[in-house]
Design a protein around this ligand. Structure first.
Ligand SMILES: Cc1cc2nc3c(=O)[nH]c(=O)nc-3n(C[C@H](O)[C@H](O)[C@H](O)COP(=O)(O)OP(=O)(O)OC[C@H]3O[C@@H](n4cnc5c(N)ncnc54)[C@H](O)[C@@H]3O)c2cc1C
Length: 462
């Protein structure tokens, strides 16, 4: 059997490659690191977390927590390794990024029929191809893909700085998680009073920023705005965003501070902390100057500075068919952030879905997408456009309850999260059961009553 070429061993590509291999499909996984790197990638290994080390909330009643649970249940390699490399972070699932990448590396090495090729792919290879090259797809390949994806778009993501743990003044910082969640002391918090907060906002607004290239109009992802953009929106914006003090009491004063900066542990050893939500395009000297005005960071040693980067994604609802392959070239699938999902976990989930779609085509079976009531199905409906009103401009998205179909009947607000979670669990069970019992759904789909429909391979134009 001809191998499927997966380009990019990031979150999506690694998940996709392992899942294909586990289904008996030979895979050629091409990765340009360490020969070439994007501006954000630094490590040599696969599945690199380029910014935060957090997979966000692990609470089973949040959309991302539901996605975690679904991926665990389905045997995701990315979630499995994340669980193995977990570091304390309250109710968030945060990982030691080096151990995590090493674990994914071992899983790739152990996958049957998976060949790893080092080098930048500059032109579309022949045969079945999965594009998993992420938000920083290399220029040559972007150029080659533009023949089919004329609607590719650019905007910026920004990465947050990391400081050495022993350079934080712990006579000022206090340990606590919001509302005492997790073990209650996972974050270091830097408390600011009102005058200190306002002075900090003024410094951020006035500081020198990196100027984007003329051809790269900044289009920020709303969930990952640089702090200076938030500060420019209004004096209180940061105090209601990443610097919000809710659920935190400074033990030295017994009061809630006016604002806080939260520092989250980066590594198992606890030697480094990142400034949560402090993505920025301030110049590096200005970051050192301005962030050292924060209480507790006066002597901070910066291990990584905040940076800005391009994000590349395609207009998936317009370009992709229902089995996530290019309508104009159905031997080509897109997965991960380049397909317009946003986030590490969403990218892994997307890699899992595309592996199912490719495997179904290869094995002559129908592709049965997960129902929209599940987090996986909600993401699938986002990428195919079904989760959005017709004509909506396509923008990358995390998994949110907004992508799920509304709950039936009147559910009180206090019970909606739980109802979503319970419905997702039940729906996933049905889908798994149906997928396992139906050997040829394309010939007998009548029993399937989920909301995702069935994609018959014969219906996908070749
Ligand atoms: C600066 C920045 C900060 C971010 N911060 C966060 C965050 O804090 N939290 C979060 O959840 N998400 C964050 N994201 C989004 C994050 O990139 C995605 O969530 C996730 O990494 C995307 O997974 P992916 O597999 O699609 O791409 P990636 O993980 O980027 O993997 C793509 C892989 O393809 C390789 N590649 C690229 N071009 C080629 C080529 N031509 N040939 C061969 N290999 C190639 C790359 O080297 C890379 O290994 C950030 C993105 C950026 C750019």
């Amino acid at each position: 059997m001809e191998p499927v070429t997966v380009i990019g061993a990031g979150l999506a590509g690694s998940e996709c490659a392992v899942q294909l291999a586990r289904r008996g499909i030979p895979v050629r996984l091409c990765e340009m690191k360490p020969l070439r790197r994007s501006p954000a990638h630094r490590m040599d290994g696969p599945a690199e977390l380029v910014c935060s080390n957090s997979f966000r909330s692990d609470s089973p009643e949040t959309p991302i927590g539901i996605l975690h649970a679904e991926l665990r249940r389905l045997g995701s390699v990315i979630l499995g390794e994340a669980d193995r490399c977990r570091v304390p972070a309250g109710e968030a699932l945060a990982v030691d990024r080096d151990r995590f990448s090493a674990g994914v590396d071992r899983a790739l090495g152990a996958a049957p029929g998976l060949l790893r090729v080092v080098g930048e792919v500059e032109a579309l290879p022949s045969g079945d191809v999965v594009i998993a090259t992420g938000p920083l797809t290399s220029e040559a390949l972007t150029g080659a893909l533009s023949r089919w994806t004329g609607d590719k778009l650019y905007f910026y993501d920004s990465i947050a700085p990391i400081v050495a743990a022993d350079s934080v003044d712990e006579t000022i910082a206090f340990r606590a998680s919001r509302w005492g969640r997790g073990d209650g002391a996972d974050y270091l918090n830097l408390p600011l009073d009102e005058a200190g907060y306002r002075a900090f906002v003024r410094e951020v607004v006035a500081a020198e920023k990196v100027v984007p290239h003329a051809f790269e109009e900044p289009r920020y992802f709303e969930g990952c705005l640089p702090i200076e953009v938030m500060a420019e929106r209004g004096e209180e914006t940061l105090a209601h965003g990443p610097m919000k003090p809710v659920g935190l009491v400074d033990p030295r004063t017994g009061r809630r501070p006016y604002a806080v900066v939260q520092l989250r542990q980066e590594d198992v050893g606890g030697t480094a902390y990142n400034l949560v939500g402090f993505q920025t395009r301030l110049t590096w000297p200005e970051q050192r100057r301005v962030f050292r005005t924060l209480p507790g960071l006066q002597s901070a040693e910066f291990l990584r500075m905040g940076q800005i980067h391009r994000n590349t994604f395609i207009d998936a609802p317009r370009l992709l068919g229902p089995d996530l392959s290019l309508q104009a070239e159905p031997r080509v699938w897109f997965t991960g952030q380049i397909s317009g999902v946003e986030g590490y976990v969403e990218s892994a989930a997307s890699g899992y879905l595309v592996a199912l779609a490719v495997a179904a085509r290869r094995q002559g079976r129908a592709f049965l997408p997960p129902p929209g009531e599940t987090a996986l199905g909600a993401l699938y409906h986002h990428v195919t456009g079904a989760a959005h009103p017709p004509g909506t401009e396509y923008q990358p998205s995390n998994v949110t309850f907004g992508l799920f179909p509304p709950l039936p009947g009147r559910v009180p607000k206090s019970g909606r999260r739980e109802a979503h979670a319970a419905r997702a669990r039940a729906s996933l069970s049905q889908w798994i059961e149906f997928s396992e019992t139906s050997s040829s759904p394309s010939s007998g789909p009548a029993a399937w009553t989920g909301t995702s429909g069935i994609v018959d391979p014969a219906a996908v134009a070749r």
